[in-house]
Design a protein around this ligand. Structure first.
Ligand code: ATP
Ligand code: MG
Length: 445
């Protein structure tokens, strides 16, 4: 039997130009499309701001040349526009965009309950998040996530250059990797399962396969408290590398990846950086301090008594960052050699002092943005440690295959994408750099 098929004939008839290329069309009549962001009526003409993919572009409406009535335009209508690009030396861009004709593709049936077309969305955090599908249309709001995309793009470019392989590990898992109570339980067809707190076990397994792997994906933490730094679902930027000489190799790799991201923003995201008035931090050298020394330093400089010798209180992270900024000018600081008691069972202990691990956190402007370290690769050592911690070894049988059947010295880290973005943008709440945050009070939108 003869099968009848057709082939897509593309490209479509859409010949609309991009805002970035307007400069090449001076003196021409062109097509553009976008949403009507704002209409500003003056006495005998109007400014119509058109929101396109990336830029908001100013158009001029005047009865002198327009072939349509301004009344057909509503804010948030999606339109196809025919416009004349006129040379205009008095304008910063060197051109003026005159609206000649429009085709309205769709129009809103209601007025937005939140004003989204001012410089800032002037409302509470609650409203900002409740109305996310529309508040994200605000020019500055969407710039945040364009920058976040740029950060990821920079990371990926770096990983590619460093011969990493991208992986996608499962998010439904049979055991938690990070320990602690903040794990979501699932009823998995009558069996126990969990939402992944991190891709830890899988990225280690994949080091045995590809030596260097990375993943940028959601992870889940059942944080029961309402803080400005915790989400219940966040994007974890994870990498894991084999054949390391020391855990400092991991820190070097992190510096490289962060530098690349900032370079990417500097090179290709100036539009958003200028819109949000962001100056990028200096990443030339990152100071590093041992955990215990940091504790003592904070206690000495701020005359604080130390309550917890095993972990930082959030306030201490802020204070340490303050000291480091003052002393070295750096917005970043590595803290190394965290106490064994507070690190997971797979963390390698310092051979010269088993009370501390070959691990580190990176603090940025007063907040932990990543945790990493060297992992135990010897089967014997790992089993001994698990026994010491009274863990049920059977539960980790598949994970332990890697140790059993041979693993190189290795380690890696996880970095919270939202935390990094929010600190880079000087925000005081991680939710502001989360598209659709999940927290203890929120699962919508
Ligand atoms: P914290 O002490 O702030 O609760 P953590 O030490 O428990 O964080 P890790 O398990 O070390 O977190 O996770 C690695 C990174 O992932 C953190 O440095 C942080 O950037 C990010 N992260 C961890 N938990 C969250 C969360 N609930 N929301 C957003 N980001 C998170
Ligand atoms: Mg941590």
């Amino acid at each position: 039997m003869e099968i009848k098929v057709e082939f897509i004939k593309g490209p479509t008839k859409n010949t609309n130009i991009e805002v970035g290329s307007i400069i090449n069309h001076i003196g021409e009549r062109v097509g553009l499309h976008g949403s009507v962001y704002k209409i500003r009526r003056m006495s005998d003409f109007a400014f119509v701001l058109l929101r396109t993919k990336r830029e908001v572009v100013q158009c001029i409406y005047s009865k002198d040349y327009a072939e349509f009535d301004l009344e057909v335009l509503k804010e948030e209508s999606c339109i196809k526009l025919t416009a004349d690009i006129i040379k205009e030396d008095r304008s910063k861009s060197g051109w003026e965009l005159r609206m000649i004709d429009v085709e309205v593709l769709s129009e809103p049936i209601a007025e937005s309950p939140i004003v989204i077309n001012n410089k800032l969305v002037d409302t509470s955090l609650e409203n900002l998040l409740d109305y996310r599908p529309i508040t994200l249309r605000n020019e500055k709001e969407r710039a945040i996530f364009k920058l976040q995309a740029g950060i990821c793009h920079g990371f990926c470019k770096y990983f590619l250059e460093q011969s990493f392989t991208e992986i996608h590990s499962p998010k439904i898992v049979s055991a938690g990797a990070e320990g602690g109570a903040n794990i979501f339980h699932l009823n998995y067809f009558g069996k126990d399962a969990f939402l992944a707190q991190s891709p830890q076990f899988y990225k280690q397994m994949m080091v045995g396969v590809y030596e260097r792997v990375y993943e940028i994906a959601p992870v889940f933490r059942a944080e029961k408290h309402d803080t400005s730094r915790h989400l219940n679902e966040y994007i974890s930027v994870d990498f894991e590398i084999g054949y390391i000489e020391s855990f400092e190799d991991i820190m070097m790799m992190e510096v490289g990846m962060l530098r690349y991201a900032l370079e990417e923003l500097q090179a290709n995201y100036t539009h958003e950086l200028e819109l949000l008035k962001i100056t990028l931090p200096n990443l030339e050298k990152i100071p590093s301090i041992k955990f215990m020394e940091a504790k003592d330093l904070i206690s000495e400089k701020y005359n604080r008594s130390i309550k917890d010798y095993e972990d930082f209180e959030p306030e201490e992270e802020k204070l340490l960052s303050e000291i480091i900024k003052k002393e070295t000018g750096s917005d970043f600081v590595f803290v190394t050699h965290y106490p064994t008691a507070k690190r997971p069972f797979y963390a390698m202990e310092d051979p010269s002092n088993p009370h501390v691990t070959l691990s580190f956190d990176l603090l940025f402007r007063g907040l932990e943005i990543s945790t990493g370290g060297q992992r135990i690769h010897s089967y014997k050592e790992q089993i001994q440690k698990m026994k010491r911690l009274n863990m049920n070894i059977e539960l980790f049988e598949t994970y332990l295959m890697i140790h059993k059947y041979g693993m190189p010295p290795h380690g890696g880290l996880g970095l919270g994408l939202e935390r990094f973005t929010s600190k880079l943008l000087n925000q005081d709440n991680v939710r502001l750099s989360t598209l659709f945050p999940r927290d203890i009070n929120r699962v919508t939108p």
